[in-house]
Design a protein around this ligand. Structure first.
Ligand SMILES: NCCC[C@H](NC(=O)CCC(=O)O)C(=O)O
Ligand SMILES: NC(=O)OP(=O)(O)O
Length: 312
């Protein structure tokens, strides 16, 4: 594999899941594979899990990770072509990406959407500019429209916890005080579409995700109906896609409660706002598998890095 940009880069999700489970059993098996190779992690946004689990994955492969908080610590980067750079940006992505490529064998990037410029967000300007101007493989650590390391993690976690051959998986919108990206929900949807699961999405009417991503997946606007016989309830807030980046509904009736969850397992990518997205009683119960889910971030990242290293 050259780059890991989206869930579409997974050629066979079942074999990837099996390989990730093998890595989890023996995380240091490939400690020589990345020896003397450097992974650069560039963060334009905050992170706890991605920042630590991706470094851990690199260390398990014998790589040396180096991390930079780009927003704040680096010079402001210009992405526009032909811009007269007399504003706030001090260096162009053409130089920045070429320079970092000389220090790193793989570059991983986190860059969230603007949520006010749909065209710009959908062009994935930051991630795709790194891909264009860097001379080494690029890994997406959550971009404007996708979080494929999370989506792969979620697929592994569902496979590990499934009690039936074809579990029912529900992606549910839940309320939030801030306008949040679509990336996690998009990549989760794409991952579930590749798996042998019964997958449905539930969200208020004004919150349908990008129809190009949801495709034929059924969208049910009645949460209670969607949750019937669910084995996994994956919860996430996202802002409106149609009224791009807007908060149109904060109805607390969409919050996940123990009663609504029934016998299903609760999943969330984290960080999660308690008693806004989900009540304490769920997170503090055995129904929640969010901690086990976050642990799998390491093995998803390790699998992706391994596949890139093996291709080098
Ligand atoms: N990487 C996982 C989720 C990151 C981001 N969440 C957030 O920004 C939550 C912020 C808050 O709760 O204030 C998102 O939804 O895409
Ligand atoms: N789930 C996830 O990506 O977490 P962070 O934002 O903390 O990296």
């Amino acid at each position: 594999m050259d780059h890991y940009i989206s869930i579409n880069d997974i050629d066979n999700i079942n074999s990837w899941i099996e390989e990730a489970k093998e890595l989890k059993k023996n995380p240091l098996k490939y400690i020589e594979l990345g020896r003397n190779k450097t992974l650069g992690l560039l963060f334009f946004n905050s992170s706890l899990r991605t920042r630590l689990s991706t470094q851990k994955a690199a260390l398990n492969l014998g790589m040396n990770p180096i991390v930079m908080n780009v927003s704040g610590d680096a010079w402001g980067i210009e992405f526009g072509d032909g811009t007269v750079m007399n504003g706030n940006t001090a260096e162009h992505i053409k130089e920045a990406a070429a320079v970092v490529s000389q220090y790193c064998d793989i570059i991983a990037v986190r860059a969230f959407p603007t949520l006010n410029d749909k065209a710009k967000d959908e062009s994935e300007q930051v991630l795709m500019s790194f891909k264009k101007y860097a001379s080494v493989p690029i890994v997406n650590m959550e971009s404007a429209t996708g979080h494929p390391l999370q989506g792969l993690t979620d697929a592994i976690t569902i496979s590990e916890h499934a009690k039936t051959r074809k579990p029912k998986v529900v992606l549910s919108w839940a309320p939030h005080i801030k306008a949040l990206p679509h990336a996690v929900a998009n990549s989760f949807t794409q991952a579930m579409q590749k798996m042998d699961v019964e997958f449905v999405i539930t969200n208020p009417e004004c919150y349908n995700l990008n129809p190009e991503i949801t495709g034929k997946t059924s969208i049910i606007h009645n949460q209670e109906e969607a949750f019937k016989n669910a084995d996994f309830v994956y919860v996430k807030n996202w802002s409106s896609y149609e009224s791009y980046g807007q908060i149109l509904n904060t109805d607390p009736n969409w919050m996940i409660t123990k009663e609504k969850l029934g016998n299903a397992k609760f999943m969330h990518c984290l960080p999660v706002r308690r008693n806004v997205i989900v009540e304490d009683a769920v997170l503090d119960s055995d129904s929640s598998i969010v901690i086990q889910q976050a642990n799998n971030r390491t093995f998803a990242a390790q699998l992706v890095l391994k596949k890139i290293l093996e291709n080098a």
